[in-house]
Write a protein that binds this ligand. Structure first.
Ligand SMILES: [Fe+2]
Length: 218
């Protein structure tokens, strides 16, 4: 009798292998974060500000890049649903309120600290590689649901009670990441050769940017 793995379509096997690597990178990132209580107020503000500098103006743009690059109708629908929520509920404004309440609105120095790595992610998006972009967005959605409690903790230590952004993204991104990994399967089914040595290009660039948000230096 054939094993369960042999009964799976090749794209399903690929997605589960890619997702396992993503899970490893996420747990490595989450466990690398400094304990919030060990940080000074300035360091806590820096993390919140750099996070805001990266996400406020870029998340919808990255997701739009995924929409323009994708080939399958299934992916298109999944991404449109995601973008619809982002715009309808004004997620960038939710993040701005989170930063304002924690007195962590990005300064020129905060934007400069992440500029080089953010530019590298933007250039990657411009290369419009469907499998790589959808994988990067799946990685990000899965990561932020686990990152939210930490950001909420930092905001709390900064004296803020504003939680809408962290509450919404801790919950809705569970579904979003599952949907994006389903989209990834649809994209791989149309281009199996795209699962090559460089498939993690976007994930690695964004991972580097996320460490930059935490550590402050590029
Ligand atoms: Fe969002």
């Amino acid at each position: 009798m054939p094993s369960a793995a042999l009964l799976e379509a090749p794209e399903v096997v690929s997605v589960s292998k890619l997702e396992a690597r993503i899970d490893f990178l996420i747990s490595e990132f989450i466990s690398s974060m400094p304990k919030s209580a060990s940080l000074s107020a300035k360091q806590r503000r820096g993390i919140l500000s750099r996070y805001t500098a990266v996400l406020e103006g870029n998340f919808i743009y990255w997701m739009t890049g995924a929409l323009l690059a994708c080939r399958s109708e299934e992916t298109r629908e999944i991404i449109l649903h995601n973008l619809h929520e982002e715009v309808r509920d004004a997620h960038p404004d939710m993040l701005r309120r989170f930063a304002l309440a924690a007195k962590a609105v990005p300064s020129e120095a905060d934007a400069s600290a992440v500029y080089a790595n953010l530019s590298a992610v933007r250039a990657f998006i411009g290369r419009m590689s469907p499998v790589r972009i959808v994988l990067m967005m799946g990685y990000f959605e899965k990561l932020i649901q686990q990152w939210m409690p930490y950001l909420a903790e930092l905001a709390d230590l900064q004296g803020s009670q504003e939680r809408e952004y962290t509450d919404v993204h801790g919950v809705c991104d569970v579904e979003h990441s599952q949907e994006l990994f389903r989209a990834l399967g649809a994209e791989i089914a149309l281009a199996p050769d795209a699962v090559d040595a460089g498939v993690f290009e976007g994930v690695e660039l964004l991972n580097k940017l996320n460490y930059n948000v935490i550590r402050g230096v590029a």
